[in-house]
Design a protein around this ligand. Structure first.
Ligand code: NAD
Ligand code: MG
Length: 395
């Protein structure tokens, strides 16, 4: 029996993970579930999945959960705060940790799992974007297994040969990262300027949390994924090409020096990469409908429009310059997306806030956690200032 911790159990990825685990009760046991503050949903999950630990990041929510579980599942131990998240990421009875907290909040618990040498199923791309060098170093040092959950990176992983390392040894010439293009793929500049939060979170192909849905609409999600791919596959950013593929059936491709291109296809359902990473190198049922190529009928491809979607260009640029630029990019993006969802700034202000924040802060290397967190905090403070500027014009 494999013990699993799910960081971010109440979210879109967390729930899909629980769905896959529940299909294989003889194989996996959810040992710990964590959430930010959704007590009611956590109570339901605890009743259904009977973990040994339940963690609420917010102390008040942990207290409410403790009271609620007294009546229905008093044997479950309730922990609170970042310390609780880190504790369940490193439990001896846990072998696999699903890292599915959204944003920078996921960094320290995900790092704790990596340091403890777990199989880390990485959905929380922001953790890697803000601390790539440090994160990969911790994985190497502890011997943790890092398996990508992001559908594109999971696809790339599946298209690469096992047991070889480095693009040169594998004979990889390029990584082709596919993008749906998001809900505003064909929108004009004028339309982009008046996008509402409701429009931005309605993704045509995938059902996801609010933050990543906005990121998909600005193409920052693809930008974060470019950076994620560089770290996961030890690839220079020049080797990564973004390919807009509206159907989201090919989840990414790898091009080889002999002319071969390998692709991974499937219905857009995150349970496929989740099941793949859980069972790897074996395969298990994910509950996903088989792909029907006749109903897909055609696959289209086009290059991304960096002028209409400047977030993608900013991410490429941040990876190119290195030295904490990705940490700043990620922090400013989180702040700007929050402000957009709160109707304080326009959709097209998001790249503006990020670009201004990047040009405010002198770059320095971020080799350790205190430096990563300091740069992240500095970027948030500067971004807050630029949000206030944009918001005066917007309101
Ligand atoms: P979501 O918003 O649905 O869920 C986020 C989870 O994180 C929730 O359980 C929430 O309680 C928890 N959380 C939020 N803030 C927290 C905090 N401060 N401290 C502790 N826990 C906190 O998000 P999601 O769509 O499931 O995405 C999760 C991660 O997976 C993101 O990094 C996203 O980029 C990545 N991802 C998601 C998808 C997808 O299809 N949803 C695909 C690829 C990658
Ligand atoms: Mg993705």
């Amino acid at each position: 029996m494999i013990g699993v911790t799910i960081l971010g159990a109440t979210g879109s990825i967390g729930l899909s993970t629980l769905d896959v685990l529940a299909r294989h009760p003889e194989r996996y046991q959810a040992v710990a579930l964590t959430a930010h503050s959704q007590v009611e949903r956590m109570v339901e999950l605890c009743q259904r999945h009977r973990p040994r630990y339940a963690v609420m990041a917010e102390a008040g929510a942990a207290e409410r959960l403790r009271v609620a579980l007294q009546a229905v599942a008093p044997e479950i131990e309730v922990l609170a705060g970042v310390a609780g998240l880190e504790q369940v990421a490193a439990l001896p009875e846990v072998a696999y940790v699903m890292a599915a907290i959204v944003g920078a909040a996921g960094l320290t618990p995900t790092l704790a799992a990596a340091r403890a040498g777990k199989r880390v199923l990485l959905a929380n791309k922001e953790a890697l974007v803000m601390s790539g060098a440090l994160f990969m170093e911790e994985v190497r040092r502890s011997g943790a297994e890092l398996l990508p959950i992001d559908s594109e990176h999971n696809a790339i992983f599946q298209c690469m040969p096992p047991r070889l390392s480095g693009l040169e040894q594998m004979g990889v010439s390029r990584i082709l990262l596919t993008a749906s293009g998001g809900p505003f793929r064909d929108a004009s500049d004028e339309q982009l300027a008046t996008v509402t939060p409701e429009q931005a979170v309605a993704h045509p192909n995938w059902s996801m949390g609010r933050k990543i849905s906005v990121d998909s609409a600005t193409l920052m999600n693809k930008g974060l994924e470019v950076i994620e791919a560089c770290w996961l596959f030890d690839a220079p950013v020049e080797r990564i090409e973004v390919v807009v593929h509206p159907q989201s059936v090919i989840h990414s491709m790898v091009q080889y020096i002999d002319g071969s291109v390998l692709a991974q296809l499937g219905n857009p359902d995150m349970r496929t990469p989740i099941a793949h990473a859980l069972a790897w190198p074996e395969r298990i049922d994910a509950g996903v409908a088989p792909l029907d190529l006749f109903s897909v009928a055609r696959l289209d491809f086009r290059p991304p429009d960096l002028a209409r979607f400047p977030c993608l260009a900013l991410a490429f640029q941040a990876m190119r310059v290195g030295d904490g630029a990705s940490t700043i990019l990620n922090a400013a993006n989180e702040l700007a997306v929050e402000a957009f969802l709160a109707r304080q700034i326009a959709f097209t202000d998001i790249p503006r806030v990020i670009e201004n924040t990047l040009s405010d802060i002198p770059l320095r290397p971020v080799p350790d956690l205190p430096t990563v967190l300091a740069v992240d905090a500095e970027a948030r403070a500067r971004a807050r200032h630029h949000v206030a500027d944009c918001s005066q014009r917007f309101l």
